[in-house]
Write a protein that binds this ligand. Structure first.
Ligand SMILES: O=C(O)CCC(=O)C(=O)O
Length: 358
């Protein structure tokens, strides 16, 4: 219910006199994200994510929100925001246009409230929570504006860049435009989620170096690459999935979720007029340790709770960091798990704690 900002009595106290001024009404401050309908991931979606290493959820981001993201990309092109600290470029390459300069922007949520909102978009978090939760840490934001003729990004595994222990990394790739084989959609290698992370021969990168016989790789596609990507030696390993590799053809509002181990890439935008824009977030289980991005204490608790440090959202987007939820946690009690319900959806549930023999 709307509360009056001042009563007549307050005004009288403030002014030292009685007044006939009417109370000033203030609307309750409800964040629009609190009104977004929740999404329940199904058991079949969970199964397919675990089996293939990725999952596409159709129409997850509502049309009005895709429109907001799209119009934000236009504002960026019109220089309405300064994103220069966040522009990611390949050393030595000078962009030819503003669009090319904005090809890939990282971590804009640290200065733009809209980015923080879409990092903490409730329906995306509903799926992340079902796949790698219930406790979720929001780590990274990226915006790709892949214009006609722009290169894609060669084969890589995301946990190579963003290590989490235990490894629970998950990317959520939100399509702003239709993405298909002409304009440079993602390509996924189903089943490659069973692969270890291949470490770098030198330079930045992580990998499963404790495995006897692990191959060390070089030239992994962390930047925009031509489709042949000859210097990337991970490609020789990923090519083993050759005929199984599938294009992630997506409509605006569809979201691709993929784990940190899956081989994936995108190819050149071969269209003459079509953009391929996407907003991409990375998350992990909030109980994983990470030294990435300033460590756990710099990353936002999106859902649930954790015994690890975490950050609050800078612009106040509703999320668990502002009010941590009871979860598998602190007291050693109420160990909720994401489990299949009889209705066929994944939901946090308390297991039966009766003593049992097995
Ligand atoms: O969108 C792209 O072209 C590449 C994105 C990607 O590989 C990633 O987010 O890990």
């Amino acid at each position: 219910m709307a509360q009056p900002l001042f009563t007549k009595q307050d005004l009288a106290q403030n002014n030292g006199m009685m007044t006939t001024t009417l109370p000033v009404e203030q609307e309750p401050d409800v964040h629009p994200w609190d009104a977004i309908p929740a999404y329940a991931a199904t058991v079949e979606q969970y199964r397919s994510f675990r089996r293939d290493g990725f999952l596409i959820v159709r129409g997850l981001v509502l049309p009005e929100h895709v429109d907001e993201l799209r119009s934000h990309t236009e504002d960026l092109l019109d220089e309405k925001f300064d994103v220069s600290p966040w522009v990611h470029s390949k050393g030595g390459e000078e962009p030819e246009s503003r669009l090319q300069m904005l090809h890939r922007i990282h971590m804009g949520h640290l200065s733009i409230p809209l980015w923080e909102r879409y990092m903490l978009y409730p329906r995306v978090l509903d799926v992340v929570q079902a796949l790698t939760g219930p406790d979720v840490l929001a780590m990274q934001t990226m915006l790709f504006m892949k214009g006609p003729g722009s290169n894609g990004q060669g084969f890589h595994q995301d946990s190579y860049y963003i290590p989490t222990f235990p490894d629970s990394l998950l990317g959520a790739w939100i399509a702003i435009d239709r993405a298909d084989t002409e304009n440079g959609c993602l390509w996924m290698s189903p089943g490659a989620n069973a692969e270890p992370i291949y470490p770098p021969k030198s330079g930045y990168g992580y990998g499963d170096i404790q495995l006897d016989g692990i191959e060390y790789v070089q030239g992994v596609g962390g930047h925009s690459n031509d489709d042949n990507d000859p210097g990337n030696t991970l490609k020789q390993i990923a090519d083993g999935y050759g005929p199984r590799e599938v294009p992630a053809v997506m409509e605006p509002g569809d979201v691709a979720f993929f784990g940190g181990h899956i081989f994936h890439r995108s190819l050149k935008n071969r269209s003459e007029t079509r953009m391929r824009r996407s907003f991409v977030n990375h998350y992990c289980n909030a109980r994983s340790f990470t030294s990435w991005g300033g460590g756990n204490e710099a990353l936002i608790l999106a859902r649930g709770n954790t015994h690890m440090p975490f950050a609050k959202p800078k612009f106040g987007t509703p999320c668990a960091a502002l009010n941590p939820e009871t979860s598998v946690s602190d007291s050693g009690f109420v160990p909720e798990m994401m489990m299949a319900t009889p209705g066929g959806v994944m939901a946090p549930q308390e297991p039966n704690l009766e003593p049992h023999d097995d």
